[in-house]
Structure formats: structure tokens, C-alpha cells
Design a protein around this ligand. Structure first.
Ligand code: SF4
Length: 349
């Protein structure tokens, strides 16, 4: 389903809402699907996509191989504190099968990859939100419920958003990805208003838990290319997991990041700041239940006895690493990140 050398996802099936065909993007996606030989069915009003599968694992995996093209009717954007003001709804879900992904809890047992055909209307809403807040800047997050780069070759939505924000005074856009197919966005005029973040992890974590995503080496190459194309870039490491030998595993990652972030001599502006966002592994009771139902043989560390209980702001309980482990993680990454020119810890939670 994923061609690792290009990071390109080919769906097994697609469903197109009838209304989506009246938008240029809906029709464009249908053409791309035809080129790839993907069977596509038009959904009449009220009809639902169908996915095969005899158990929760199969249904989940098949849903991730199913593309649904919809019209987003809701004109409101969800807020996205603290990293941005609003989520930009381009896509929801993604073809990746990361065992720890929080979308398992929020998108339910059938996380179809949904793309919205009415992108012009969505961007028009973004523009009016920016204008209402002027002269304050408004930041939009493109990856709050998805990894939009994973299906960019089918949609072109991310490119449209990047070019749109490049000319919109008072706006900023950001997205994060575990995929490496950055070529379609390298030559765009971005006006440095889009921050492209690449999500990486120790090789062990990627190989064990991040199925159907791009390998580490390709993500690092994507990071270099984005930086070379003049995008402000960032690095996300999440979840940080203290597996056996974690320090060696993450030291190797940091070494490779150092090489990938070496400044291109062609970058006139010299060393650019590179924020690092680090999120340690945590889970809730319901996330654990979902993970065990979809990935019954998971090697994720999900034993509550090894964790400290933390009460979340929305009233739920999460299990985080105990304080002494958190101290070791903080110390390790602060030291390693200090060794990369321009890099700094934006946050470590
Ligand atoms: S790539 Fe991101 S959005 Fe997709 S499954 Fe993995 S963690 Fe979830």
C-alpha cells in the first residue's frame, strides 16, 4: 500500500460524495484515482463507505486504505491551543498505522482517510478569521487530525494551503509529517509563512510501532530538502519511549539529525533556529483499550504500574513516566539538542 522509496500511498478503494464532484478538487482527485487504477464509487446522500474486515484489526487497517472525498459543511474551525489558534481542516486521518496514534481514540474504529473537496471555501474561512484578528497574527495547524503530506500526491491540498498563506498578511501555517514525499511542495512560493516540521524517532520506535510511514533516512532527507527550499523547519520527536537501550537509540537519531540539519552553504541567511518539540510516551485508559483491540500483540509499554498518574485538563487520567525517568529524558535531550547549531527545545512534555 505504501511505496517506501517515494512515501506514496495508493488507496485500495475510494468513495466520493456526490456533492464533492461539483468542486474542482473533487474532480481532480477522481482523475488521480483513475490514473492509479483505484476503484472509486460515488456515494449518494446518506450512503456510507463500506470496508471489509472480520475483526477490529482488519476493519481498522482497511479503513486506513480507504479514501473518502467529502464536502466539509461545518464552517467553524476547531481551536488548537497552545501551538496554533485554529486547526486547518484539509484532511482527517492518515494512511499510517502508528500503534500509539491518538486518532484511534478520536476517530473511532473506522478511521477512513477523509479529504475535503471544498478547499476554496475552507481557505476563505481561514482568511476571514485572520482578518478578524488583525493586527494580531493567526496561526493555523494543518496536522491536528491527520498527516496531510501522506496523500498530497492525490490532492495537492497542502500545496494550495501553503501558497494561500504565503500571500496572506497576518497568517502563519504549520504542519508536521512522518512521510517523505516533499517534492511537490519544494518549489512553492511559501513566503516563509509555513513551518514544515518533520516527526522522527529512534529507528527502533519507527520500525516497531510506526507502520506504513516513511523510514527514518527518508524523513531526514525530506527535512534537509525542506530546509534547502527555505522553509522554516522544526523537528518533532514523539513519543519518546524509554525502550531497552533508549539512550543509544536516541543518540544515533540525534547524530543523524545533526548531519541532516547541517546548513546548506547556499542558504544565505546562515544558521536558522530549529525548534524541537518532544512528547514523552503517555496513554489513557481508553487509548490502551483501543490499542489492544487493534494491535493485540503490541510491544508498547502500557503497564500502569510503571507510570505516574496525571489528571488531564479535560478531566481524564493519563499515565506518564515517573519524575525520575522524566528528569533523565530531559537531561539527555537538552544535552544532545545543545550540540546542534541553531536547535533549541521548544517544549518537552
Ligand atoms: S503518521 Fe501521524 S496521524 Fe498517521 S497514524 Fe502515525 S501518528 Fe497517526
Amino acid at each position: 500500500m505504501l511505496m517506501p522509496s517515494t512515501g506514496r500511498f495508493v488507496p485500495r478503494r475510494a468513495y466520493i460524495e456526490e456533492a464533492a464532484l461539483s468542486y474542482p478538487l473533487g474532480r481532480y482527485i477522481v482523475e488521480r484515482l483513475k490514473d492509479l487504477g483505484v476503484p472509486a464509487q460515488v456515494l449518494k446522500r446518506g450512503e456510507r463507505p463500506k470496508v471489509p474486515g472480520k475483526n477490529p484489526t482488519q476493519v481498522y487497517e482497511e479503513a486506513k486504505r480507504t479514501l473518502v472525498v467529502r464536502v466539509r459543511k461545518d464552517r467553524d474551525f476547531a481551536t488548537c491551543k497552545p501551538s496554533a489558534h485554529y486547526q486547518l481542516p484539509l484532511v482527517s486521518s492518515c494512511p499510517g498505522l502508528c500503534e500509539y496514534c491518538y486518532l484511534q481514540t478520536t476517530l473511532g474504529p473506522r478511521p477512513y482517510v477523509r479529504v475535503y473537496a471544498n478547499i476554496e471555501e475552507i481557505l476563505a474561512t481561514a482568511k476571514s478569521l485572520v482578518q478578524t484578528r488583525l493586527p494580531q497574527e493567526t496561526v493555523f495547524e494543518g496536522s491536528a487530525t491527520s498527516d496531510p503530506l501522506a496523500i498530497e500526491h492525490l490532492t495537492g491540498s497542502l500545496a494550495k494551503a501553503i501558497e494561500f498563506f504565503s500571500g496572506l498578511e497576518g497568517s502563519r501555517f504549520r504542519f508536521v509529517t512522518k512521510f517523505s514525499g516533499v517534492e511537490p511542495i519544494l518549489g512553492l512560493s511559501h513566503g516563509r509563512r509555513t513551518t514544515a516540521r518533520v516527526s522522527v524517532n529512534a529507528d527502533y520506535v519507527i520500525r516497531t510501532f510506526e507502520h506504513n510511514t516513511s523510514p527514518l533516512e527518508e524523513r531526514l532527507r525530506a527535512l534537509s530538502l525542506l530546509r534547502g527550499a527555505g522553509y522554516p523547519v522544526g523537528v518533532m520527536i514523539g513519543p519518546v519511549i524509554t525502550f531497552d537501550g533508549w539512550e543509544d537509540g536516541y543518540r544515533d537519531l540525534m547524530e543523524r539529525l545533526r548531519t541532516a540539519l547541517q546548513c546548506e552553504p547556499s542558504l544565505a541567511s546562515g544558521v536558522q533556529a530549529v525548534p524541537f518539540e518532544l512528547i514523552t510516551h503517555r496513554f489513557t485508559g481508553s487509548a490502551k483499550k483501543n490499542i489492544l483491540s487493534v494491535f493485540p500483540g503490541t510491544k508498547l509499554p502500557l503497564d500502569e504500574n510503571d507510570r505516574k498518574v496525571k489528571f488531564g485538563q479535560f478531566g481524564y487520567t493519563k499515565y506518564v513516566y515517573p519524575e525520575e525517568k522524566m528528569d533523565a529524558i530531559r537531561e539527555f535531550f537538552r544535552k544532545e539538542i545543545d550540540r546542534i547549531p541553531g536547535a533549541y527545545v521548544h517544549y518537552l512534555v
